[in-house]
Design a protein around this ligand. Structure first.
Ligand code: GLU
Ligand code: MG
Length: 445
């Protein structure tokens, strides 16, 4: 970290009267955690890291400094986890994504990515009569999908949320009331991949922080309410050609106007890699027991291993290019992805899976442009379309069997991740009450 970067942050903390700076990171359980530094010692903390427990020193990235509009007097930086000697901790998720992006750069590409989160806003209701009954999330609206009633009912919250996002440099693209009661979607402009993952951490903090200050609970859990639509956080990605000279340099490497779907060979190979690793990949992108309550057919969440052109039931969707900007807007969307994931592990694994497809020139097979749930078993089998893992444990089995991803995660990270997630699965296997599982996830994510 340069002295200039430290001075820039210190200048901002004194100018904006910041008293606490949160050093944030996302752990293997997908929880955003942190420890805040007072400003008097911030200079030292920025050069040596903030001490946590052993091997969990948080080393902030000054480029990510923001003041927190929903927490007056506080700021935040995203942090890498380093060992006491300052070298990267072998289980650090953010370092994993950085390594994946470095490999991608070695192949001549950078990545633009966006997390597209949905969330549910409500009030937390406790039953005083029966304290053993889990708390419920009662949605703030019962509006229909895209209905303007949802705009009206959620307006004050939405306006405060948009302002808070923009004050932190997160550019709001779209906002609308989603299908579920109290469910809303606010999307943020794509960015360079590491920045996109950092943005998603800031986003999760902001949605919940703004809600808390209004006496509300907002949850990005995949299924905070059992009988309502789930919250996806679809992952969008495209590759930028940084390896070529001349006309191709800086172009979207997924775009090819001559292809019927507008997708290049590199794009198809990337899909081939995603499909080859998908059952394992979802262990990282759909990272909770609650995730698998969402991944069911005909909920636009995806339930099958296939890709399609603008097919919202396919795990991988080729997004149709925007009119007026076909060359740069082509991108791939991974639907089995939600906010219970650690965004750095999820995006890092997506990069490695796609890269495997590019390197091995993997053929993704034919696109599926119908709802795969409407096909017969034989038709699905013929198209190599299979049901995604139906539980966290099944996904973890697939991850443990995926030699490439296990190898790239490395021994400590993969062991730590599997241990954390197996213990979550074991915890929830003791209860059959969906409200207990939903409660534990809506309070956490
Ligand atoms: N709520 C859906 C999901 O769980 C996504 C709906 C949409 O396509 O926006 O992924
Ligand atoms: Mg949506």
């Amino acid at each position: 970290m340069t002295d200039g970067a430290i001075e820039t942050v210190l200048g901002r903390t004194s100018q904006e009267e910041i008293r606490l700076v949160r050093f944030l990171y996302a752990d293997h359980g997908g929880i955003i955690r942190g420890k805040a530094s007072g400003t008097a010692r911030l200079r030292e903390r920025m050069s040596s890291g903030i001490g946590h427990t052993m091997a969990m020193m948080a080393m902030p990235d000054p480029e990510t400094f923001v003041t927190l509009p929903y927490a007056p007097g506080a700021g935040a930086m995203l942090a890498d986890l380093v060992k006491p000697d300052g070298s990267p901790w072998e289980a650090c998720p953010r370092t994993f994504l950085k390594q994946a992006l470095a490999e991608l750069a070695g192949e001549g590409y950078s990545m633009q990515a966006a997390f597209e989160p949905e969330f549910t806003v409500g009030v937390r209701e406790t039953s005083p009569a029966a304290p053993t009954i889990p708390d419920r999330l009662i949605p703030i609206d019962d509006s229909l999908c895209y209905s303007s009633t949802g705009f009206h009912q959620g307006h004050e919250f939405a306006m405060e949320l948009v302002a808070a996002m923009e004050e932190q440099g997160l550019e709001v693209e779209h906002y609308y009331p989603e299908l579920g009661h109290g469910q809303h979607e606010l999307s943020i402009r794509h960015a360079e991949a590491l920045r996109a993952a950092d943005n998603h951490v800031l986003y999760r903090e902001t949605v919940r922080g703004v809600a808390f200050r209004r006496g509300l609970w907002a949850s990005l859990a995949p299924k905070p309410i059992p009988d309502q639509a789930g919250n996806g956080t679809h992952l969008h990605a495209s590759l930028i050609d940084i390896g070529s000279e001349g006309a191709s340099a800086g172009r979207n490497a997924f775009a090819d106007a001559t292809d019927p779907n507008g997708l290049s060979r590199v794009g198809y190979h990337f899909i081939g890699g995603l499909l080859a690793h998908l059952p394992a990949l979802v262990a990282l992108t759909c990272a909770s027991v609650n995730s698998y309550r969402r991944l069911t057919p005909q909920m636009w969440a995806s339930a099958y291993t296939c890709y399609g052109m603008d097919n919202r039931e396919a795990a991988i969707r080729i997004c149709s290019p925007l009119r007026g900007d076909p060359a740069s807007s082509v991108n791939l969307e991974l639907k089995p992805s939600d906010s219970s994931a650690n965004p750095y592990l999820a995006l890092g694994a997506l990069v490695y899976a796609g890269l495997d497809g590019i390197r091995g020139k993997l053929d993704p097979g034919e696109a599926v442009n119908v709802d795969p749930a409407t096909l017969t078993d034989a038709e699905r089998a013929a198209g190599n379309t299979h049901r995604l893992p139906a539980s966290l444990n099944a996904a973890l089995d697939a991850l443990a069997a995926d030699e490439l991803l296990m190898d790239l995660l490395g021994p400590l990270r993969s062991t730590a991740y599997l241990a954390v997630k197996r213990s979550e699965a074991a915890h929830f296997s003791h209860s059959t009450d969906p409200y207990y599982e939903c409660f534990e996830h809506f309070t956490k994510i």
